[in-house]
Design a protein around this ligand. Structure first.
Ligand SMILES: [Zn+2]
Length: 229
């Protein structure tokens, strides 16, 4: 089971209104705990079974068999029942992956640095190590290219890190400036690895139903979650 959360349905107030799932953004800890309890129920798991990553915009992968916090990774992979994997984001791309038959799941956090670092490929390799064969992906809400202008040096840098099939869609430079389409980059990376991909199509910056760091700076995080349950 997988789920994508937005702002609605939580206990947080003010700029975190209301279903903020991140404990590191200044929100009330009790409210975040309640929000996580509600969210993880969407994928049929208790809050003790929720595995959360401390993302660092790298390509390290954590393999987990129980709930809890894993620091320093941008992907969690599991073959265990009764747990849920959570990827938090507010403009970056959160995505979940599964081979339902093999019972191997993953959640990934991927911004432009993650596209360059290859976190999606790293997560898929770990899934295959655990027996996954036929993997599908769901890419969650993220900022669109139009809303994500960047310094020209950033598209130049990313071009050096990824194949032209990826940079051709992810790096956009024209008279109006430079932009990065992280979702498109992730999608092509998945396609190049033979993964069937579905999308939750929404721009975090444009939708008031979603948290956006670029729009609001001090704000909450939504999530993509997956479980085997
Ligand atoms: Zn947008």
């Amino acid at each position: 089971m997988w789920a994508a959360t937005g702002r609605d349905g939580g206990a947080s107030t003010g700029v975190y209104q209301s279903l903020n799932l991140a404990e590191y953004v200044g929100d009330d800890a009790g409210a975040v705990a309640e929000n996580r309890r509600r969210a993880v129920g969407l994928v049929g798991v208790g809050v003790d079974g929720l595995a959360v990553m401390g993302a660092v915009h790298g390509a390290s992968v954590g393999v987990v068999s129980c709930g809890g916090f894993v620091a320093g990774v941008d992907a969690l992979v599991s073959a265990s029942k009764g747990i849920a994997l959570l990827a938090l984001a507010a403009d970056c791309v959160p995505l979940v992956l599964a081979d339902a038959r093999a019972g191997v799941i993953a959640a990934v956090h991927c911004g432009w640095r993650g596209v360059g670092a290859g976190v999606v490929a790293a997560a898929l390799a770990t899934m295959r190590d655990l027996g996954a064969v036929s993997i599908e992906a769901v890419v969650g809400p993220a900022i669109c290219a139009r809303c994500y202008p960047v310094p020209a040096e950033r598209t130049e840098y990313l071009r050096e890190l990824v194949p032209t099939e990826v940079s051709g869609v992810a790096c956009i430079d024209h008279a109006g400036g430079s932009f990065i389409d992280v979702r498109a980059g992730v999608s092509v990376q998945l396609a190049l690895l033979g993964i069937e991909t579905h999308h939750v199509n929404a721009c975090t910056n444009e939708s008031t139903d979603l948290f956006s760091y670029r729009r609001d700076t001090v704000t909450g995080r939504q999530g993509m979650m997956i479980s085997r349950a």
